[in-house]
Design a binder for this molecule. Sequence first.
Ligand code: LIP
Length: 277
Amino acid sequence: MADVWQTAMDHAVGAARRAGQVVREALQDDRKVMTKSSSVDLVTQTDQKVEQLIIQSVKEKFPTHRFIGEESVAAGESCVLTDAPTWIIDPIDGTTNFVHAFPFVAVSIGFSVNKQVEFGVVFSCLEDKMFTARRGKGAFCNGEPLQVSDQEDIKQSIIATEFGSSRDPDAVDRIFSSLRNVLCIPVHGVRGAGTAAINMCLVASGCVEAYYEIGIHVWDIAAGSLIVSEAGGVLMDVDGGPLDLMSRRIVAANSRTIAERIVREIDAFGPPRDDEP
Ligand code: LIP
């Protein structure tokens, strides 16, 4: 049977590459920084420009499709995942990295139908790595197949996580408590690239065994979640239940064993959902 969404995926890859070029060029210029939910939740004109570029190009080709875009939601658009074909866009995942020229920045484009991610594209634009996954057809980096690590012993593992952009003292305490628990399992190390999408691509590439975070948004993880699962990994909520893309919580790991071991160490909490009115 013909793959009905392949044309859309090809379009996403082209759009992500063009967006990445704009991001790279913008790194050479002055970056005017604005804030959103707090003084550490950053946005730049490049985030907004890149999101509009992607949305415009998709609208011309697929006029009936819907969008959830980080900057459109920040500007007041709704963030509800329906059964309709929906493009879930983070124009710059790793905005804080971008502002500081810390060299891990990604354009992330997920595409869902019936609330299931059909393809994911993450362009790590400073590394020039194009990560792609199509449901049921595997995950790739620059065309080479990806496979998660086969390490089942968490004590031989590297785990990725982030501190996020909440500075609420209770949330920060829980994030540190989880981090301490995971570190003292003990694991070989804890890392964070500063972008959820790239952290997930590191899991898919077998460089780290798992990534977990509370506080991310659907646009940070939609594309990366499919890239992890198509590379042979598993996804779950931080309480061990099924992943809910709108819940702002994720564990992405090479195996169920490692994911469940991390779940035991997480001091879970629930930030307001992305689809909360
Ligand atoms: C960021 C993530 C980062 C996470 C932040 C934030 P942004 O996305 O990728 O890993 O810790 O909470 O969501 O804002 O750069 O698109």
